[in-house]
Design a protein around this ligand. Structure first.
Ligand code: EPZ
Length: 423
């Protein structure tokens, strides 16, 4: 297993390009299944999750070629097995988002139940209730979900989600795209990646309105065609780099940062005293000498994103005074806290709120990555900790950040990857 070794204390200076969004790439790769001809996707980040999704698509009978630019040919799918195996789904729960497209296009799908993950139970009950509302028969057996459209085609319906779910919205929206008649989905997720998926489906020939609002309306069509589409930039990667610039008292230009999708993140950064200057290329971020304590609560978009919660906790550590970070989306998303405390942070978790007493010095040591965004927070902390920080099990990090060490080094970070290290 690889580890990342960081010598802290250098301010980040220069510019970095924000790459394509993992959480836009994955559902868009799934959407390629719904078309009856090949789809070309551009600006894909080179991430293990994207490669896992490609393996899943190949297992379903797709032909997948390319890397940064991907060509997904779904024409062989009907001859393949319409099954997403446990091995792949347990590696990446986003695999469940093949259910909607397979059901819509082929009338059936067999997907392993994802099981929980480090940050929570993450059930898919809302996905299944939505598909049932469209007429799907759903049966659970031997750890798999079998879904089938009894007449071979789903029927449009009105469905209200009990809670806001990004994946559930995406799965059911894709299923509705080829259903017979109209569908109205209420209490849907409004994330930019949901809006992006609706855009992709409409480019394919779907008729979807309202993405980005609490209600999505879909007029089912008979078929969809493959397209050529460039993935939007990653707002979470951008936010992660913005925090890194802020805590190191750096000055960094983030090219292609999707500012329109980042109002809540920018608002929170500015409340801590970080300077965020929009520029024609993206945004310039300047870390102040003194950061101010702040309070942030994660919410569905357009609220503060849960995927930025761990990174903001590090900003709070550097802000002298009492800050609070409250997590309302996942039930166990504070696993970075014990590791940050080993670096010297003073954080107490009570219920779903982490109370951070900022201003304590951080000193490097060996820490363990536990999940994707927790590992990002450890990298940021290592950039400011005194001495050497060694982050183990960085396969978590590689799920969502493309060669982060190679991209931070030109900004002055003293960071390297050691391959084959003890876990
Ligand atoms: C997406 O996960 C993202 N992943 C997550 O990013 C992100 O944290 C999450 O949305 C919230 O924004 C991708 O887009 C690939 P949810 P998703 O369904 O769709 C509960 C990252 O770090 N829920 O919106 O799985 C669920 O347990 C990852 O990039 C149900 O109870 O998230 C959670 O508490 C982590 N029943 C909440 O809803 C359901 O049927 C939000 O989950 C579905 C969800």
């Amino acid at each position: 297993m690889d580890k990342i070794v960081i010598h802290g204390g250098t301010p980040l200076r220069g510019e970095i390009r924000v790459l394509g969004a993992k959480n836009a790439a994955l559902p868009t790769q799934c959407a390629a299944l719904i078309a009856d001809s090949p789809t070309t996707l551009r600006h894909l980040p080179q991430l293990s999750d994207v490669q896992t999704m490609n393996r899943l698509l190949c297992g379903l009978g797709c032909e997948v070629t390319g890397e940064r630019t991907l060509i997904i040919d779904p024409t062989g799918v009907a001859k393949g097995s319409l099954e997403a195996s446990y091995e792949l789904v347990k590696t990446m729960r986003a695999s469940v988002t093949v259910m909607g497209p397979l059901l819509a296009r082929y009338g059936r799908a067999r997907v392993s139940l994802p099981g929980g993950c480090a940050i929570g139970a993450r059930p898919i009950d809302q996905h299944l209730r939505g598909l049932e509302a469209l007429g799907a028969e759903v049966t659970l057996s031997h750890g798999y979900v079998e879904t089938r459209a009894p007449s071979g085609r789903l029927t449009g319906a009105r469905f209200k989600f009990d809670l806001v779910t990004v994946g559930g919205t995406q799965n059911v929206m894709m299923a509705a795209a080829l259903a017979r008649g109209s569908t109205r989905l209420e209490n849907v997720a409004r994330e930019p990646e949901v809006v992006e998926l609706a855009l992709v489906l409409n480019k394919m020939g779907a008729r979807i309105r309202g993405a980005g609002t609490p209600v999505i309306e879909v007029e089912g069509v008979d078929s969809l065609s493959g397209i050529d589409h460039a993935i939007l930039p990653d707002r979470i990667e951008a936010g992660t780099f913005m925090v890194a610039a802020a805590v190191t008292r750096g000055d960094v230009l983030l090219r292609d940062a999707p500012l329109d999708h980042m109002h809540s993140v920018i608002e929170s950064l500015e409340s801590a005293g970080v300077i965020c200057e929009p520029t024609p290329e993206g945004v310039r971020v300047i870390g102040p000498d003194e950061l101010k304590p702040f309070h942030v609560t994660t919410r569905p978009h357009p609220g503060f994103p849960t995927d930025m919660q761990a990174q903001m906790t590090v900003l709070a550590i550097l802000a002298r005074g009492r800050s609070t970070v409250t997590e309302t989306i996942f039930e166990n998303r504070f696993m970075h806290v014990p590791e940050l405390c080993r670096l010297g942070a003073d954080i107490r978790v009570s219920g779903n709120t982490a109370e951070v007493h900022g201003g304590t010095p951080l000193s490097g040591t060996i820490v363990m990555a536990t999940d994707l965004r927790a590992s990002a927070s450890l990298v940021i902390a290592g950039l400011v900790a005194d001495g050497v920080t060694e982050i183990r099990r960085v396969y978590h990090l590689d799920r969502g950040y493309e060669t982060i060490e190679r991209r931070l080094r030109p900004l002055g970070a003293r960071i390297e990857r050691v391959t084959g290290a003890p876990s």
